[in-house]
Write a protein that binds this ligand. Sequence first.
Ligand SMILES: *[C@@H]1O[C@H](CO)[C@@H](O)[C@H](O)[C@H]1NC(C)=O
Ligand SMILES: *[C@@H]1O[C@H](CO)[C@@H](O)[C@H](O)[C@H]1NC(C)=O
Length: 479
Amino acid sequence: MLLWFLLLLFLGGGVHSSQPDTWSVYPPDISGKFTVPVDNFEYDSVDSFDLRYLGFDGFAEERKGRSIVLLYLGNEGQIESFYNASGFLFELASELSASVLFIEHRYYGESLPFGEDGSFTNEGLRYLSIEQTLADYSLFIAEGVPNLLGCEDCDVVIFGGSYGGMLAAWHRWKYPHLTVGALASGAPIDFYPETGIQNDFYDAFLHTYEISQEGCGATLDTLLRTKYSEDDLSHLNICSSESATVEAFLFYVRGAVSSLAMIDYPYELNFIAPLPANPVEVGCGLLIGGGDVVEPPIVQLRNLVDLYVNYTGDLACWDLDAELVSEGGGGGRMVGSSDLLGMTSWNYQACTELILEPITSDGFGFYPPDDGKESQKVIDRCKAMFGVTTRPEWMPLSFGTSEDYSKYLTNTILAENEKDPWHVGTQDVVANEKNELYRLFAEGGAHHQDLRFSDELDSEGVKAMRAKERDIIKNWLNL
Ligand SMILES: *[C@@H]1O[C@H](CO)[C@@H](O)[C@H](O)[C@H]1NC(C)=O
Ligand SMILES: *[C@@H]1O[C@H](CO)[C@@H](O)[C@H](O)[C@H]1NC(C)=O
């Protein structure tokens, strides 16, 4: 309690550094709806619905037949959130006299094929897939964008962060003829079950703690490997005692501490969860800077997790099984989130094509389940929740693995940030000069930090990566 008080005092009196939402700097001057088929792969279907888009055209010069469009492919959320978190597109647009567009993903925000009532039933969710989404985006690029901007021959560069980055890379994979190139940041396109990558993910987030403060990663590792008993859980505020197992607790904790590493931005942000600047440093201060009093391990972990889930002090209790996909795992409610319907879509995707990806649901702790046994639990749970049978082998077959990308993926930048554990999902891709496949790595960067506004608090690594991205994109456009 005392620690908390001191921490809040410190933050309250400290220097506030935060990034503006893009919206408040460049409010959208384009917004509208683009109609797509409910089922892009049926030829007797006439059902259609609308995807929302937003854009900013304040930089676009008078068009003379040719025009540059920077298009962000929306991921799992309302389109405004991606608009707000992608300042780099606007910086680039200003330099290139380009138009900026953002399109919303089907089944998220207001882009619902059967409205709020019909879209989230097992029957209604049938048209939620990556293939359908990529086809929507192709229609938008081929028909929507030219109509909207009046350019016959628009040069479209696509962008995305996290799952949106995966969509950007995969759009290049499936529809390379429609765009000039893609910037995919923090995009784990090779993160499949039973490849051992979960261990790399674990090591990657410990690394983030270790570089923040020497010994912090090792301390956290020890705490995570400590054997806890059911009695230890009495130190915690768990909502339902039924779900209070040590296994569920540890899964919840791993989700929280890896997410904290992922969003370890150098400025205060309310992205995924409201957090102070450099939250890992603050967390390490709690773990190893605590002075003379040494708390029991479970209390140390609790304090660290509370920094992530309870920074505002509003969380009544830890909900270890909120909307869980993985049985025996732990989720929690995304702090401040009102997009609960989107969570259903996300869980459905985690149950179908994104198995082992963002699995802890509820947008709270992105932690993949263990290989093998735990994957099976997810599969069983998905059957029960949505009536779907996960086919873990389908995605690597249809979308490929690092080896395939290294050979065939073209005009794509895979941008990795050091502090983001998801970067291991592209670590085995080999850059390929001939195909203009680039792998960039930014020391000191957090989850797709390069897509945000440039900031004096960015590490040198992030600054250098953005400069490189700018050069490559200009080169694709022959500028
Ligand atoms: C986007 O930014 C604007 C301006 O700060 C804010 O009013 C709005 O709530 C934000 N929307 C989202 C979804 O983040
Ligand atoms: C969240 O923080 C508040 C204020 O410090 C505290 O009263 C509450 O017990 C915390 N919640 C949990 C689940 O620990």
